[in-house]
Design a protein around this ligand. Structure first.
Ligand SMILES: [Zn+2]
Length: 508
């Protein structure tokens, strides 16, 4: 058996330290033990200096090693970016181009995702002629001061496993950050794959909300069974919920500016696979909101992203994924849906719009899980109102105006055609994303029956003073004893304060 490792010249200094281990591990996946000294090297030259070649103007990606066995490509191994690029260092040391990245002279970064599309493109191009070729990944910088096990890379690794690709040296990673994604390897039998659509969407939301300069990516849900006329906002305990998810459409909203397109390429591929498994109707939408509901017109301040860059759309074709994009006409229809709902609501006097409320809550980029027990089973998750629907509805106009006059609350109401209407003010308050939290149906029911509340200052759980022991025991079983801090926005504190006043009133 003749084994040739084809390595690109611009990465040779770095990859020569790892190729033997990587190739040995790839063969082991097929239960073949090789003598690493039998591997012959073939250097493939790309034009230009190191950086030009690494950026691969020829269109081939240099971050790969192709393993050729008896003349046929058997494995392609894609490498992560490295912060310890020996090739750039060598070039710098020899008086060549100094590459400035961050604080270092020749470093790049350790993110797996950046440029990963080219690894896939190279793989799918090769596969066309050699259908049995396999793609694996290999991580650099393990054990060094780098980002190799940070949150965003963790997500990438798990995405790769979910779409069906393995990382040869994943077991060498100390996953310090995994627990933050609510992931325990023990729990799922050492699998890195995502086990549910909602779980993955939650991790996406969590990571996206970490980056405060970004509008969070989120999932919007449209339920075609939903009819606002069937809402019953008189009874606080009645709750319309999407128990039947079969007629629900999920719309993932995202951006494709710069490096986000690489992140979203993988996120969309993963969402697509999980949606297919769970038979979910999934669509994608660019940018944030293209229409401002309250202004009833396209929002001039929102940046429109027309499409992915060509490189990514081409790749989706090669992979064979049909990604349905939301067109502007469809967005307009959805916008109309919200307007029609508002008009209907106004006619019937029903101020609760559970679909809008949930989507506003989702738009905050918060995880869809019970904030007490951590439950992520979509069928039993509910969006709970902090300031209750019935309480808002029965409040007089001076009360409503007073709350809306609080500094942070002024943003909720945009001056438009409806802003003078008392009904509109209540509608906005009831359905504001800041007026909601996710709870499982058990915790929601107990919350609405005022068995407990959350402190509006720190989000801590407050139990009813005369609670039964059995209730106290149930509450003590919860994973958390306070709301996550990122939920407690200034507006949420205002809503929660109204809830707490009622809770305290019932205590007296
Ligand atoms: Zn719960």
């Amino acid at each position: 058996m003749e084994i040739i490792a084809k390595i690109f010249n611009c990465n040779y200094e770095t990859y020569k330290l790892f190729y033997k281990d990587a190739i040995k591990k790839a063969f082991l996946k097929d239960k073949i033990i090789i003598n690493e000294n039998d591997i012959k090297i073939q250097i493939d030259n790309l034009p230009g200096d190191t950086i030009q070649a690494q950026r691969s103007p020829s269109g081939r990606h240099s971050r790969t090693i192709t393993v050729i066995v008896d003349g046929t490509p058997k494995y392609i191994i894609g490498f992560s970016n490295t912060g310890y690029d020996e090739d750039r260092k060598k070039e710098s040391d020899n008086g060549g181009r100094q590459y400035i990245y961050g604080n270092s002279d020749y470093h790049s970064n350790s993110f797996m995702c950046q440029g990963i599309n080219k690894i896939f493109e190279y793989y799918y191009d090769t596969k066309k002629y050699f259908p049995n070729v396999k793609l694996y990944f290999y991580l650099l910088d393990i054990g060094k001061k780098s980002y190799v096990d940070n949150l965003s890379n963790n997500l990438t690794y798990r995405e790769l496993y979910t779409i069906g690709f393995e990382i040869l040296n994943i077991d060498d990673i100390p996953f310090r950050e995994f627990y933050k994604l609510g992931f325990s390897r023990e729990e799922y039998g050492f699998s890195y794959e995502y086990i549910s659509f909602n779980k993955f969407a939650n991790d996406l939301a969590y990571i996206s909300s970490k980056n405060s300069s970004n509008e969070p990516a989120y999932l919007k849900c449209i339920d075609f069974n939903y009819d606002i006329d069937e809402e019953g906002d008189e009874d606080e305990l009645y709750d319309y919920d999407f128990k039947d998810l079969t007629n629900t459409q999920y719309i993932y909203t995202f951006k494709t500016l710069g490096a986000q397109s690489y992140d979203n390429f993988l996120a969309m591929w993963t969402l697509n696979i999980l949606a297919e498994k769970e038979d979910k109707n999934l669509k994608f939408e660019f940018s944030k909101e293209k229409f401002n509901f309250r202004l009833e017109q396209p929002d001039e301040n929102v940046k429109w992203t027309e499409d992915f860059p060509d490189t990514i759309t081409r790749l989706f074709e090669k992979i064979g994924i049909s990604i349905k994009y939301e067109t502007s006409e469809e967005v307009r229809q959805q916008f109309n849906r919200e307007l029609v709902q508002y008009e209907k609501a106004k006619r019937s006097g029903k101020i609760r719009n559970q679909e809008l409320f949930k989507n506003n809550l989702r738009a905050k980029g918060l995880q869809t899980k019970c904030y007490l027990c951590g439950c992520e089973v979509e069928e039993i998750l509910e969006a709970a109102h902090l300031w209750g629907v019935a309480d808002i509805k029965s409040s007089g106009s001076s009360k409503i105006n007073k709350v809306l006059d609080i500094d942070c609350m002024k943003n909720l109401l945009i001056d438009d055609a409806h802003s003078g209407e008392q009904f509109y003010k209540k509608y906005i308050l009831v359905n504001s994303g800041d007026n909601g939290i996710w709870l499982c149906n058990n915790h929601h029911e107990l919350f609405d029956r005022n068995y407990y509340c959350f402190n509006s200052e720190d989000g801590k759980v407050l139990l009813k003073a005369d609670s039964d022991d059995i209730f106290k025991i149930y509450m003590s079983l919860s994973e958390y004893d306070k709301l996550p801090q990122n939920i407690l926005t200034e507006c949420t504190k205002v809503f929660l304060n109204e809830r707490q006043k009622k809770f305290n009133g019932m205590e007296e």
